[in-house]
Each structure stands twice: as structure tokens, then as C-alpha cells.
Design a protein around this ligand. Sequence first.
Ligand SMILES: *[C@@H]1O[C@H](CO)[C@@H](O)[C@H](O)[C@H]1NC(C)=O
Ligand SMILES: *[C@@H]1O[C@H](CO)[C@@H](O)[C@H](O)[C@H]1NC(C)=O
Ligand SMILES: *[C@@H]1O[C@H](CO)[C@@H](O)[C@H](O)[C@H]1NC(C)=O
Ligand SMILES: *[C@@H]1O[C@H](CO)[C@@H](O)[C@H](O)[C@H]1NC(C)=O
Ligand SMILES: *[C@@H]1O[C@H](CO)[C@@H](O)[C@H](O)[C@H]1NC(C)=O
Ligand SMILES: *[C@@H]1O[C@H](CO)[C@@H](O)[C@H](O)[C@H]1NC(C)=O
Ligand SMILES: *[C@@H]1O[C@H](CO)[C@@H](O)[C@H](O)[C@H]1NC(C)=O
Ligand SMILES: *[C@@H]1O[C@H](CO)[C@@H](O)[C@H](O)[C@H]1NC(C)=O
Length: 490
Amino acid sequence: MTRFSVLFYAFFTIITACSDYEDLVKTHIETKINKTADPCTDFYAHVCPTDLPYNQTVADRLRQLYQQEAAKFHTKHDEFLGHLRAYTLSFQKIVDDLLGVCDIPGDHKSQAIGFVNRTTGIEFSESLPCEFISYTFGMKASGKNPKMLFGEPLEMYFYGPRELEFSKSELGQRLSRNVENFFETFQGEVQKKFLETPWLINKNATEIYLEFLKSNFSLFQKTEKIIREWDMIFETLKNYSTNCKPNNTIPSFVCAMEELNKLIKEEARPSMEFYMFGQGLDALNLDDQILINRANQFLTLTNNKARMLGGFGFIVAHEIMHTFYSSENNDNILKKYWTNSSQCVRKQYAATCREFGQEQCFFSGTMMTNEEDGSDLAAIRVIYSDFEKNYLHNEKSDIAGVTPQQMFFYSLASLWCTDSQYSLGTLGSHSDPYIRVNALLAQMDEFKESFQCAEDSRMVRSKVEHCEIFGSDAPQTRKSSHNALLTDST
Ligand SMILES: *[C@@H]1O[C@H](CO)[C@@H](O)[C@H](O)[C@H]1NC(C)=O
Ligand SMILES: *[C@@H]1O[C@H](CO)[C@@H](O)[C@H](O)[C@H]1NC(C)=O
Ligand SMILES: *[C@@H]1O[C@H](CO)[C@@H](O)[C@H](O)[C@H]1NC(C)=O
Ligand SMILES: *[C@@H]1O[C@H](CO)[C@@H](O)[C@H](O)[C@H]1NC(C)=O
Ligand SMILES: *[C@@H]1O[C@H](CO)[C@@H](O)[C@H](O)[C@H]1NC(C)=O
Ligand SMILES: *[C@@H]1O[C@H](CO)[C@@H](O)[C@H](O)[C@H]1NC(C)=O
Ligand SMILES: *[C@@H]1O[C@H](CO)[C@@H](O)[C@H](O)[C@H]1NC(C)=O
Ligand SMILES: *[C@@H]1O[C@H](CO)[C@@H](O)[C@H](O)[C@H]1NC(C)=O
């Protein structure tokens, strides 16, 4: 009898544990919105208050949630990796150690210089004083997370073995299934968009796009084979831990890092697989395959479809659309059928930058960010129409005063709240999060309607021409007699 109830209890614990994760997007909408900022004036400012610490953003809290779950698994590598991790986090100690090592005559100074060089990219001459070298490291490292300082590989080794255990767990499998189901269903929606797209029809390219989507494009999944092979790779870590004997000093840290880097080189695996151990709010497109990282997968645990599609759905849609939006940086067979939409995308991002950019606006609206900007814009239309057609009629809001349509947009924007320190890290190929959010929503007439924005509000005014890449309102593209890339401006 007692035994039975223990089992019964255990059974229920598992069920509740699964549906019991905090809905971080919901919490954000309920507690973090800046109600003083008018959504129609500046949506990013409304959703992302300026005083939100990075570790309370949805993006970072998702990462924390994943780490907290992953930390429940134990592996035989924990001790070795734990030493390394603790060391990278105790940055004050690293500075002290650098000072100590550097002052010892002989090879030590060049070891210290080498370490600072590798982590900060600054090259020092041997003649510089140790204090200067150590404190420069301190200045560079201060406030950065270890990932930025020590690079992706180190992070991968911290979490790799645990992530493998996580993958085998009930929760891990459930998240993977959720992602897979969403991907399959959503692909159907993308197909429908392709079928409606005038320029695809006029170029006889619809079949080619559909075929590519169906046969040449997939979601990266951790198959049992991949998990087994990585188990073997991490197995070799045992040898390294014996060689290096981490003892919480710079020399042992350098030894371990060198051994780990050797492991990566010797056991090189397809790059997509490396990323499955990454920790940020990351998703990735390698042209024929996309990967959605664990932290993001927790977004699938919500019952609210508006939040699910606006948040997780948008991330998936963005990654899929990378393959089908052809900018300079994108080179696959689809490119020769492409209708060049880069102009309307650029115009919008440039206009949003002028309106909201201030000093944060460096690259938005240039060709540098066009691949990302265009993928965003293609994505928001497909995911929103999926939401509107297939989910909205059944959708009830669970936050007073927020409609399901508004919820969709809140969810999307909340994932991009950041602080300037981290947003700088995304510069280069991505527009600043501030610009990304406001450019996208300016383009969406559905946003204007759901927040009942006046025509002369800043968000609405900042819309330039209607820019649609796929779908029935996308351009026609004239026949290829004079110039295959010439497009109608409709
Ligand atoms: C909230 O919005 C108001 C109006 O735009 C602005 O003055 C204020 O600085 C914002 N506060 C935060 C914390 O973002
Ligand atoms: C967030 O950061 C602040 C200060 O940077 C720190 O005091 C707080 O403990 C952190 N919270 C979490 C959940 O990490
Ligand atoms: C510092 O880094 C540069 C380039 O990455 C390299 O050429 C140089 O040899 C390094 N110096 C030391 C002392 O490691
Ligand atoms: C598309 O196919 C039709 C017949 O299948 C053909 O008449 C037409 O010229 C083709 N158009 C292009 C742009 O290749
Ligand atoms: C798509 O996949 C099929 C079957 O795997 C292959 O034969 C074809 O070459 C691929 N096409 C492209 C464009 O990669
Ligand atoms: C570990 O080291 C031992 C002895 O040096 C060697 O025989 C073995 O092949 C190594 N194992 C792996 C997985 O690298
Ligand atoms: C720590 O490890 C390094 C490298 O393995 C070694 O050179 C050093 O002597 C060790 N220091 C102590 C205090 O054990
Ligand atoms: C699209 O057109 C712009 C100029 O209008 C040009 O700079 C760009 O190279 C074109 N992109 C592609 C993929 O052809």
C-alpha cells in the first residue's frame, strides 16, 4: 500500500515538474513592461525597460533555467570540468595568478603573456611590466562572461557531457519532440507561402523551392548515434584530466585548455554538432539544416500559442527563412531564382535606424545586416499568418488587458531585450535588437491594428514601403528577358 503511493507520488512529481517551469515570457510581460512608454511610440522601449539587468532578461533567464536543469545530471567529467569552470569564473584570482606567474623569471612571463594574448587578443612585448599585463587582462575581462573570454570550445566542454545526459532524459526527449513537431507543422505553412508567391510562380521556381524545403532541408536532431559518438569523445577527456591535474593555477589552466583544444582538432566533428553544446540564446542555420538550442526549447513548454508562436515560432521561422532569403552572404542553388528584395528591407531598417537608432545604430540597413534583416522580415510574416489562420480562433489570453494578438508581439520583442554591453556583441551581421524589433513591427499592419496605433504615431510613421518577400503580396518579378533580378515594386 505504502509502496504503491510512493510510486504514485513519484509519478505525479514528474508530471508536475514538467509543466511547472516558469513561463519566463509570461512573467516578463506581467512584470517588466514599461507602462509609461507608449507601445505605438517605441515598442522596444515599452517591452524592454532600460534598467533591466541582463541576468533578468528572458534570454538570459532561459539560459539559467537550462543550466539549472543540466546541473542536475552528474557525469564522470564533472570534477575536472568543475575545476576549470570555477577557475574561469574567479577572475580576480586569475589576475592575481598572472601577477604571480609573470614575476617569476624564465618561461613564466611568456606563459602569462600567451594566456592574455589568447584570451584578449592583445599582443604584449616581454619588456612590459607584469602589472600592466595583468591589469589589462583584468580590464578586458571585467564584466565579460567566460564564453566571450575563453571562447566557444571551453563552454562546450563545460556543458557537453551534461547535455548528453540531458538529451537522454525524459525532459530532454520531450523538448526534442516538441521542436520536431513544431518544425514539421510549420514547414507546411512555409509550403503554402511558397505556393502563393508570385515571383516563384513566374519563374517556375515553386517546385524547386518546395523540393528544397522537403528534401534538402532539415532540423538538426541529436540522434542516438550522435549521442553515442560524443560520449566516446568526452571519454577521452579522462586522459586529459590525468595529464593536467587541474590545481587552480594559470599553468594548469593553460595545460587543460591546450589539451582540450587538441581534442577538438583531433576529434573534429561537423560544426553543427559543436553548437548543440552552446549556451546562449542561440539558433543556427547551416543552409541545409537548422539547430535550435536547448535554452530556446524551453519556450515550447507554454500552453499559450500566442507566446509560443511569437517567441519560439519566430526563432524557428527566422532560421528557416535564412535558407530561402538570398543575400550576398547566402549562396545556394535557390539564389538563381531569387527575386531581389534587399532594397525594401534596407529601406525599412535604415528608416528605423534614423528614427530610433541614436548612437546604437551602426550597421542596420546596410548590406552587412541584410541577410539577417531579410530573414527576420520574411519570418515574421509567415509565423504571424500561421498564428492568425491556425491558432487565433482558439486562443484565450491569460494576462488581463493583453489581447492574443498583442501577446504575440510582446513575446517576440521580449526575447530581444538586452543591455548595450551584450547587444554590441551581436553587431556585425545582426542589426541592433532595438532596431530589429521596431523595424519588424513597423512593417506589420497587424501590429498597428492590435495596439490601435494612430497613423502619426512613431511606430506607424516609421514604416517605409510595404516589404513582403513570400506570400501573395510579394513582388511579381518580370520575365528574365532583360535582367533576372529586376523586380516590381508592388
Ligand atoms: C519608461 O518609459 C518612459 C517614457 O518613455 C521613460 O521616460 C523611462 O525612462 C522608461 N523607464 C525605464 C526604466 O525604461
Ligand atoms: C544578477 O546580477 C546581479 C548583479 O549583477 C546579482 O546581484 C544577482 O545575484 C544576479 N542574479 C542572478 C539570478 O544571477
Ligand atoms: C599573440 O597573438 C598573435 C596573433 O594571435 C601571435 O602572432 C603571437 O605570436 C602571440 N604572442 C604570444 C606571446 O603568444
Ligand atoms: C515556365 O514554364 C512554362 C511551361 O511549363 C513555360 O511556358 C514558361 O516559359 C516558363 N517560364 C520561365 C520563366 O521559365
Ligand atoms: C536535394 O536532395 C536530393 C536527394 O537527397 C539530392 O539528390 C539533390 O542533389 C539535392 N539538391 C540540392 C539542390 O542540394
Ligand atoms: C588514454 O591514455 C591511455 C594511456 O596513455 C591510452 O592507452 C588510451 O588509448 C587513451 N584513451 C583515449 C580514449 O584516448
Ligand atoms: C599546478 O599544475 C601545473 C601544471 O600541471 C604544475 O606545473 C604546477 O607545479 C602545479 N602547482 C601546484 C602548486 O601543484
Ligand atoms: C540586390 O540588389 C542590390 C542593389 O539593388 C545589390 O547590391 C545586390 O547585390 C543584389 N543582391 C543579390 C543577391 O543579387
